[in-house]
Design a protein around this ligand. Structure first.
Ligand SMILES: [Zn+2]
Length: 242
């Protein structure tokens, strides 16, 4: 275990101590995971706690890691999330989002942005239509679908509700990537259209329990999750060598 992971793990132990002092400390496993966006999960399986933090937060400062630990453990134990923790974490996410937008703007400024759903291997329009038929009875309005201009590895998909756009990372437009993986990323973004963001008390809820339940309805859910876990880092390494 790296030093960083063990330090992060200690925040989770601390949070369990605070929110549930009476119970015995559970075994905790913390990992970074190449989720589709900024998205983390905490779950209990046979008494063990599994924490998966979105890869994009790997370089997050330790005070924000600690805040995230408090948020996830509070949610798991159905306790009130301390407002300080929420503040520290959301401040980090905001600056991160602003930084990424700034980078993207710099790259696209002064040149025409060409969006295309047709990649070299996969056609996002076709994938959307098939999924819409299978899982949504053709009820979802079609957004603008496009492969990203660059091959991104930390964010595989993105839904922008303001512009009704779904962007999929070009790193997945590759013959080595199984079709069900591309479908899974598109399916996830389609669920964001199906479950619009809920705003409550100034907070945004994207991946609600209902969203998560529907996500598991994807036929190749387990296969796609494990493929992403096994291969995204590998794709990145390969790209670096090129
Ligand atoms: Zn999402």
């Amino acid at each position: 275990m790296t030093e960083k992971i063990s330090q992060i793990k200690s925040f989770y132990e601390e949070a369990f101590q605070i929110f549930d002092a009476k119970s015995e400390m559970p075994e905790i496993e913390v990992r970074f995971y190449p989720y589709i966006g900024i998205n983390h999960t905490i779950r209990v399986r046979s008494g063990k706690v599994f924490v998966r933090i979105a890869e994009i937060c790997r370089e997050m400062p330790m005070n924000s890691q600690k805040a995230l630990a408090y948020i996830l453990v509070a949610k798991l134990l159905r306790k009130k999330v301390p407002s300080k923790a929420r503040q520290v974490y959301s401040d980090f996410i905001k600056t991160q989002e602003i930084r990424e937008k700034a980078v993207e703007n710099k790259k696209t400024r002064g040149r025409k942005i060409i969006t295309s759903a047709q990649g070299s291997f996969y056609d996002l329009d076709e994938i959307f239509d098939a999924l819409n038929q299978t899982y949504f009875r053709n009820s979802l309005p079609k957004p603008i679908l496009s492969w990203s201009s660059r091959k991104t590895y930390r964010i595989l998909g993105h839904h922008d509700s303001t512009h009704e756009t779904v962007i999929v990372s070009r790193s997945l437009d590759d013959k080595k990537v199984p079709r069900f993986v591309v479908e899974y990323v598109v399916f996830h973004e389609m669920l964001h259209i199906f479950h619009p963001t809920i705003h409550r008390n100034g907070r945004r809820f994207n991946h609600t329990p209902a969203f998560r339940r529907n996500e598991r309805k994807f036929q190749y859910f387990e296969e796609a999750e494990s493929w992403i876990e096994r291969n995204v880092k590998h794709l990145k390494r390969k790209a670096k060598i090129k």
